[in-house]
Design a protein around this ligand. Structure first.
Ligand code: NAD
Ligand code: UD1
Length: 337
């Protein structure tokens, strides 16, 4: 049985990946410092999968800890999600992002190199494209991140590419996520932001639950079909399955492969609100305000490469994303607390 180290595995996306790993015959070993997640998420993963996870509370900056984990658990490949992800915070505290995301990844790669383990799937983001000039966005599009968070992702992508060109034994899958949303269908795990959410779907969820008063729609004067921003929302379970497809691809070949993980379909803010109203069964108060600085009009993926090369494509639509996000919110009004 293959053993996979999942850094950041108790977080939103990592917990869903752990479920998919366990239910597909892999063993999951998680290293997470719990800076943005709760140990309870791992217990819930174990409940869903009816199998246990090896959880180690620790920091990816701790290279000797990582080295011990890789050796002690005889790890076969790494899925690397640990990192900070708040764009606004990255602008006000850039060094936190370069330290945690870039130096943290360097530490992990150093530990892997030292033990001769050279297979990794890395969580990158569509944010590396910045404001794309053409939609749908292909992997070959220009890379132009506009904030320290995005640059931290791009730097790690480049570090991985340099490593792979220095040593043919490395096999790397870089996954550029579009907008992950939704929750596991069981309603047991989902996104649990510690503060007021910045992103649309968790914010809508909290307004629907009456925990926040009303949603601000950031601008309705973009050149999109209804004037509001258009994004490629992808169900987190589909995204998690993409990681399994990527892991399977690492068993053959070498070098770096980059894949967009998105659905290929963009939805506007108003379309998301309408679908969420359907799921929740009641109105969601909202009002249009000014554009959010740094936001772009439209961004959606060309996911064709992942389908051609990994045999993966997203299966779940916007209705399932909203229904599952709502089930998670309704069943866990205080998140994992
Ligand atoms: P998350 O915050 O829920 O998960 C990240 C996890 O990493 C958390 O559990 C946190 O405690 C842990 N962590 C952070 N720094 C660490 C460190 N130094 N050592 C050990 N653990 C550490 O976020 P998520 O939404 O699950 O995102 C996972 C990854 O996917 C991140 O790398 C993120 O940048 C990337 N990503 C997320 C999105 C998104 O919209 N959620 C989009 C694109 C890319
Ligand atoms: C955010 C991140 C980006 C990351 C992406 C995927 C920012 C500035 N960017 O981008 O780096 O890769 O998530 O997770 O945080 N909206 C509202 N009201 C809200 C919140 C959002 O109208 O309260 C709108 C936005 O203007 C946008 C859409 O909803 O048009 C989606 O916003 P969001 O969920 O924050 O994602 P991104 O802007 O794509």
């Amino acid at each position: 049985m293959q053993r996979i180290l999942v850094t950041g595995g108790s977080g939103y996306i990592g917990s869903h990946i752990c479920v998919e790993l366990l239910t597909s015959g892999f063993q999951a070993v998680v290293v997470d410092n719990l800076s943005n997640s709760n140990r309870e998420a791992i217990r819930r993963v174990e409940t869903i999968a009816e199998q246990s996870v090896d959880f180690i509370q620790g920091d990816i900056l701790d290279e000797s800890l990582l080295r011990r984990v890789l050796e002690d658990y005889n790890i076969d490949a790494v899925v690397h999600l640990a990192g900070l992800k708040a764009v606004g915070e990255s602008v006000s505290h850039p060094l936190r992002y370069y330290d945690n995301n870039v130096a943290g990844s360097r530490s992990l790669l150093q530990a892997m190199d030292a033990v001769g383990l050279k297979k990794i799937v890395f969580s990158s983001s569509a944010t590396v494209y910045g404001n794309p000039s053409i939609n749908p966005v292909a992997e070959s599009a220009a890379l132009n991140p506009t904030n320290p968070y995005g640059r931290s992702k791009l730097f790690v992508e480049e570090m991985l590419a340099d490593l792979a060109s220095s040593d043919d034994d490395w096999h790397v899958a870089v996954l550029r996520y579009f907008n992950p949303v939704g929750a596991h269908h069981s309603g047991l795990i989902g996104e649990d932001p510690l503060d007021t959410p910045n992103n649309l779907m968790p914010y809508v969820s909290k307004v629907a639950a009456g925990k926040l008063e009303r949603l601000s729609v950031f601008g309705d004067d973009y050149s999109t079909r209804d004037g509001t921003g258009v994004r490629d929302y992808i169900h987190v379970v589909d995204l998690a399955k993409g990681h399994l497809a990527a892991l399977n691809s690492l068993s053959t070949g070498t070098g770096v492969d980059v894949y967009n993980l998105g659905t290929g379909t963009g939805y506007s803010v108003l379309e998301v609100i309408r679908e969420f109203v359907e799921a929740a069964g009641h109105d969601i108060p909202y009002g249009v305000v000014a554009r959010r600085p740094g936001d772009i009009a439209e961004c959606y993926a060309d996911p064709g490469k992942a389908e051609r090369e990994l045999g993966w494509r997203a299966q779940l639509g916007l209705a399932a994303m909203c229904e599952d996000a709502w089930r998670w919110q309704r069943n866990n009004p205080e998140g994992f607390q």
